[in-house]
Design a protein around this ligand. Structure first.
Ligand SMILES: *[C@@H]1O[C@H](CO)[C@@H](O)[C@H](O)[C@H]1NC(C)=O
Ligand SMILES: *[C@@H]1O[C@H](CO)[C@@H](O)[C@H](O)[C@H]1NC(C)=O
Length: 454
């Protein structure tokens, strides 16, 4: 329709141009010779030239409009083809996924004790590094079904995941719509996408696939040979103690020089949610799911309203290590801290160990006693290794600034989230330095975290 209309326009402009020329040449009285004889021949020629120029200009406008219209049509056609292709693709993924989802459900139906391993992926093909290790160390596919949940619909990553065949399950977060983000936070879009992806994938795993417990792994993690054994051994403790709400594989202060290297079996409680390879129960998810945030889920989960005084189990020596990521994570933070975290390489048979010391009633008594009966030392004494007695020592702190200064000097993480220092338990940060246990600790009459400390 539009094309016809424009062709008509061209015809009409050409005709009007011809008529104008005719009248100029013929004159209103049909005297052709008069033009040649006319004294103002120059003037007429100038007028004629101007008219021709105007007509040419008008034709050029029409031509370019026509050109634009044609281009628009081509673009519309191309988009329609793209849309159609995408629809077919989504339908195919959906078909494959429905079959995949039935298989996943069959596993949880078969055994309540299966623990889903949920791997979060997006657009990094390096997820294979993580998957290779998980498959290498996994003791049983039935006990630990690996579900890779992919956001972003990145084709190369999807293909890399599919290449594992039926060793793992692959699902894709379907909602790729743009997220409404406040203008000030536009550069944090990645965090909004991650929160949406987590909310969806955890709902799928707990409410659709019906698993009771999930281990959450990000696509940039290396894992320890005893990762599965670690989660298997700690699960009964997590389930038995309502003051626990997660088990994490990560020690935020897990650098060589801050850990007890001959104690890979040693575990702790922490008030700081570490993430980075962690286990969550369905009960906790039931509580979090309805209020799951739109972004920055990890800092949200650390707020007192969510944590409600509960702690996580964390290892002395990390069972995960991040090999670095481009994108949302802060590259500087990786270079400065994350890349130095030591990954455990010895297999500890956690399921054979008595881990009841981690239950709150046992742990707190021992912990408080050990911390507050330890000798008080200064940073300088510790650093100089001039302490004569054996056993743990304590460096007291009373203010945020003192904490930060001491932490910095020792190479500990010095930040707080909702007032809790990393790895802190009852305000105490426990680490290993110059061959001894050290507590960076507040007063014995400590009254709780101050959320204004940051
Ligand atoms: C997950 O499930 C909960 C509970 O049914 C619901 O409130 C929430 O909106 C769901 N979240 C997503 C992202 O689907
Ligand atoms: C496990 O250790 C606790 C002390 O933390 C002890 O009371 C208990 O008897 C031990 N259990 C077994 C089975 O050894």
């Amino acid at each position: 329709m539009r094309k016809h209309h424009l062709t008509g326009l061209i015809v009409v402009s050409f005709l009007s141009w011809a008529i104008v020329i005719y009248f100029i040449l013929e004159g209103p009285h049909g005297n052709r010779i008069s033009l040649l004889k006319s004294p103002d021949i120059d003037e007429k020629l100038v007028v004629l030239e101007e008219k021709i120029k105007e007509e040419l200009k008008a034709n050029e406008v029409v031509r370019s409009k026509l050109h634009q219209a044609i281009e628009l049509r081509i673009k519309e056609k191309e988009k329609a083809i793209e849309d159609e292709k995408r629809k077919i693709q989504i339908e195919e993924v959906y078909k494959v996924e429905s079959a995949e989802k039935e298989k996943i459900k069959a596993i949880s139906a078969h055994s309540d004790s299966a623990i889903a391993v949920l791997v979060f992926a997006c657009n990094r093909v390096t997820v294979v590094r993580c998957l290779d290790q998980l498959l290498k160390y996994r003791p049983s596919p039935e006990k630990f079904p690996i579900i890779v949940s992919q956001d972003c619909q990145h084709e190369a990553t999807a293909n890399a995941i599919r290449a594992y065949g039926d060793q793992i399950f692959h699902i894709q977060q379907p909602d790729q719509s743009e997220i409404q983000i406040p203008p000030k936070e536009k550069k944090f879009k990645g965090y909004f996408k991650i929160a949406r992806h987590y909310g969806w994938a955890l709902n799928q795993t707990f409410f659709n696939f019906n698993f009771n417990n999930v281990i959450i792994i990000e696509d940039d993690l290396d894992v320890s040979p005893d990762l599965f054994e670690y989660f298997l051994g700690t699960l009964p403790i997590l389930l038995a103690d309502p003051t626990l709400w997660c088990v994490s594989a990560w020690n935020d202060n897990g650098k060589l020089g801050l850990i007890q290297q001959d104690a890979p079996h040693l575990l702790h409680r922490t008030d700081f949610f570490p993430g980075l390879g962690w286990m969550l129960t369905k009960n906790t998810w039931l509580e979090l799911a309805p209020k799951w945030p739109r972004s920055y889920w990890d800092d949200w989960i650390r707020q007192p309203e969510q944590r409600r005084g509960r702690a996580c189990i964390r290892p002395e020596i990390s069972r995960t290590r991040t090999f670095g990521k481009i994108g949302v994570s802060n590259g500087l933070f990786y270079e400065k801290y994350l890349k130095y975290i030591h990954l455990n390489d010895k297999f500890v048979p956690f399921t054979q160990l008595n881990l009841t010391y981690l239950l709150q009633d046992n742990y707190d008594v021992q912990f408080v006693k050990s911390v507050y009966e330890s000798m008080v030392v200064t940073y300088q004494e510790l650093k100089a290794n001039s302490i004569v007695t054996d056993g743990p020592v304590r460096i007291p702190y009373y203010t945020k600034d003192k904490y930060k200064r001491t932490a910095k000097m020792l190479g500990l993480m010095d930040d707080f989230r909702s007032g809790v220092p990393r790895t802190g338990y009852r305000g105490v940060v426990s680490f290993f330095y110059n061959n001894r246990r050290v507590y960076l600790a507040p007063n014995a009459n400590w009254k709780g975290y101050d959320i204004t400390w940051s």
